[in-house]
Design a protein around this ligand. Structure first.
Ligand SMILES: [Zn+2]
Length: 487
């Protein structure tokens, strides 16, 4: 008996030592120290350009008839006047109001790269205009911020790239690889008349890109709990989306004589079941790489858990699954969004319809999601219908070991110093769903540092970007283009 107790104590002790050793070794890999780099750019000119660009109401509405094409044409006219050097050194093609510039490299046998952004913006929600501290299309510049719709999404990306290219052209820089620049006019409504046509043009002409860089994540401060440093998640994939209708069925009739089972009753049980049985997910592949790297910058207690996933894996998964943002990184999400049933208080519906939107993780397909839902809730009382217009698979997952990824990672560290760079998953959509088809690797990242508060203004009220974040971001673009277009 004593021997047994002794054996248990010794084993426990060895186990604790083992767990601690793993945690102590859970540190970021030591990389060669990078020399900080900066560029003496025309900051005030760049800020004026961003401010002016915001004044064009290049709004993408869901209904095409609402589009004010003059604003788009005026923006293009303005761009041509203000970026004359870019026009001079490149060839320009247009696809509707989307612009594609080609800056030819010295070695045309090398695969080109693409830098892209979009200049259309989402509408300001009617009735919220007075909640803005500055009018949404004023482009006002104060001592800290540039304000307005598009300041983050994504005119800062477009103007940032144009400023970077202008700087390099002024210095006489000649790219080795050909560089394409594209600026989309309809990203916010799917990119089908812009980026999709550019991608088709490239594909029809057998132009395969080495890599592309589009809008995506930012350098986020205070966004990941327990990580103090700025986190630059270079998104290597984006989630897909599919919407289904779950339909409860019953006989209907007058509400004074209800049957024991109503269509609404069937629907509510089905929806509750769907929420209780989310698609499986967890830390693996891309999500594992991302959280494993971030955890190396967390306090020791978290390192203990992440360095010993063989023991704490279940605990970590359930913790991350409870937080909406991290949950979205781990799995295909389930979101009931719309309901409809009877049109009158005393009429029992024949059908009660719940609309459910799923954001598809790269490990799942549209078919997987449909099967999951059907297997869970389909019965003689419940139908599952795929909505005809929906169903976009998740993108391919690009490499986080490629030359392109390393170029972006290194450039960001040279400009911003000690930041955590991890591969990320984009939970919204971007034009890279199209460009990814003609690029070996497609990355989604804007090199602008943002606080939580600034990030919350994305698609919301009081959209703004710090002047300093914008100008430092231009320098990161310069470095990305300079090194990315080399051999
Ligand atoms: Zn965007």
């Amino acid at each position: 008996m004593r021997k047994a107790i002794k054996a248990i104590v010794v084993t426990g002790f060895v186990l604790i030592i083992f767990i601690f050793i793993n945690a102590l070794a859970h540190n970021p890999s030591i990389k060669q120290k990078l020399e900080p780099i900066s560029f003496d750019i025309n900051e005030s000119g760049a800020i004026t350009h961003l401010s002016e660009s915001i004044k064009f109401k290049t709004v993408s509405n869901q209904q095409a008839t609402k589009k004010n094409i003059e604003e788009f044409k005026d923006f293009i006219g303005w761009l041509k006047i203000n970026y004359k050097l870019v026009l001079k050194n490149t060839s320009l093609q247009t696809f509707n109001e989307t612009l594609l510039f080609k800056w030819e490299g010295q070695d045309v046998s090398l695969k080109p790269i693409l830098l892209t952004g979009h200049y259309d913006v989402v509408p300001v929600i009617p009735g919220t205009e007075d909640k803005w501290k500055e009018p949404p299309f004023s482009g006002r510049v104060d001592s800290v911020y540039v304000w307005g719709r598009g300041a983050l999404d994504d005119k800062s990306g477009v103007i940032g790239i144009l400023e970077a290219v202008t700087y390099l052209m002024e210095k006489g820089f000649k790219p080795t690889r050909t560089i394409y620049l594209s600026f989309g006019h309809d990203e916010e409504i799917g990119g089908v008349n812009g980026a999709a046509l550019v991608a088709k043009y490239l594909s029809d002409n057998d132009i395969q890109l080495e890599w592309s860089l589009d809008e995506g994540s930012f350098l986020l401060g205070g966004f990941i709990p327990n990580v103090d440093k700025l986190v630059a998640a270079i998104n290597v994939a984006e989630k897909g989306s599919v919407t289904m209708q779950v339909v409860g069925k019953a006989q209907g009739g007058h509400s004074s004589m209800p049957t024991s089972k109503s269509a609404v009753g069937h629907l509510s049980k089905a929806l509750a079941k769907l929420e209780d049985n989310r698609m499986p997910g967890g830390l693996e592949g891309l999500s594992l790489e991302m959280f494993d790297e971030m955890s190396k910058h967390m306090p020791f207690i978290y390192k203990i858990a992440f360095a010993n996933r063989w023991l704490f894996g279940g605990l970590i998964d359930s913790y991350l699954s409870r937080v909406p943002m991290t949950n979205a990184m781990l799995r295909t999400t389930t979101a009931p969004t719309m309901l409809s049933a009877s049109i009158k208080t005393n009429v029992l519906p024949i059908e009660a319809i719940g609309t459910v939107n799923f954001r598809i993780h790269p490990r799942n397909t549209v078919k997987d999601v449909f099967e999951h839902v059907s297997n869970l809730v389909e019965s003689e009382d419940v139908d599952v219908r795929l909505m005809s217009y929906s169903g976009r698979p998740a993108s391919e997952v690009s490499s986080w070991e490629s030359r392109g990824y390393r170029v972006i990672e290194k450039s960001v560290q040279e400009i911003f110093g000690d930041v955590v760079v991890v591969p990320g998953l984009m939970i919204a959509g971007s034009d890279s769903r199209h460009y990814g088809k003609v690029a070996d690797d497609a990355y989604r990242f804007n090199p602008f540092p943002l606080s939580n508060d600034e990030f919350a203004s994305f698609h919301g009220t009081n959209e703004k970007i710090k002047i300093k974040a914008f100008t430092e971001g231009i320098k990161a673009y310069i470095r990305i283009i300079e090194t990315g277009s080399s051999k």
